[in-house]
Design a protein around this ligand. Sequence first.
Ligand SMILES: O=c1[nH]c(=O)c2[nH]c(=O)[nH]c2[nH]1
Length: 342
Amino acid sequence: MMKLRDGRTLYYGKGDVLTYRTYAVPLVVAPIPESAYRGDANVIFAHNVTFSVSGEALLGSFSEGDNSHVVATDSMKNFILRHAASYGGSTTEGFLAYAAEAFLERYPHIDEIEIRGARLPFETLPVGDAAGHRESGLVFRRSHNEHAQAALELKRAPEGGAVRTGHLCGLEDVQLIKVSGSSFHGFIRDEYTTLPDSYDRPLLIYLNVYWRYTDIDDALDGARERYVAAEQIRDLAQSVFHAVQSPSIQYLVCQIGLQLLTRFPQLAEVRFESNNRTWETVVEPDPLTHAGVYTEPRPPYGFQGFSLTRADAERGDFQLANELGNDAGPEAQTEGKPVVSP
Ligand SMILES: O=c1[nH]c(=O)c2[nH]c(=O)[nH]c2[nH]1
């Protein structure tokens, strides 16, 4: 939250700046084993941007109604849209930094900026005719599934220019169901317990994943080929969900975190917010055919929050599950060595 020198919160800005840029620079990423994702042609590079600014000079607009230092939020919207046109890179984070840094340069009385962008995903579509099937490249499908997002904080540097003071990248609104291979038992059983032990439950989770880079430049400049795409995070999370027999969502998100830090040495930290939306069983699965019937769970729902830093993973306090292979061989575990290498 942006504050003045006296500790007062002060900011204003524009939300829902819908920015549909076409034909941005294509993104190419370094592949990981858990994902077939290789990059994005960026034919549609679209974002919902939230932009807010702060500065000592703005106090008079609140205290006196003096608008002489107010950049109208309508002008902010135009500024962002114009800078979407001139942005010459391939990443959400790069676009946000470009627009915010240009704004600090253009308006010297603005001290601080927070900018967020949620990617509006458009999926490529296969089209066909007598000659066969191929990717259209012209027609796209708007997706309302999970999406990437990023938030940046910038301050005016005393010597001029901008300092990037914080960033957080994310993948929001993932919903995954695993129909078999999840359990939940061994929890405290006392006079308040009515939940039966479960040895195989249809686990539906809602998941948000967030990550920070050690060097923000890896997020801003896709050409360094150290960019971590939200699609890779998504694919890795679903691969871990597939592979791991989970005794709880708590353990599952920790395993996803360890695997992310293993795969992406450029990341400093990963964070999770998850919800438990396990389907309610109506007809138990048939032992032979596995056919069962489930319905939506009744409220309330459970949730979890967890973060892992690279230092946590390197200390070896958390062990990567054997199902994930990698560095986590049984030998490594019996020797008590950290099983996640940088
Ligand atoms: O994965 C779970 N973790 C919990 O802490 C919990 N509590 C609960 O009732 N069901 C579950 N599931």
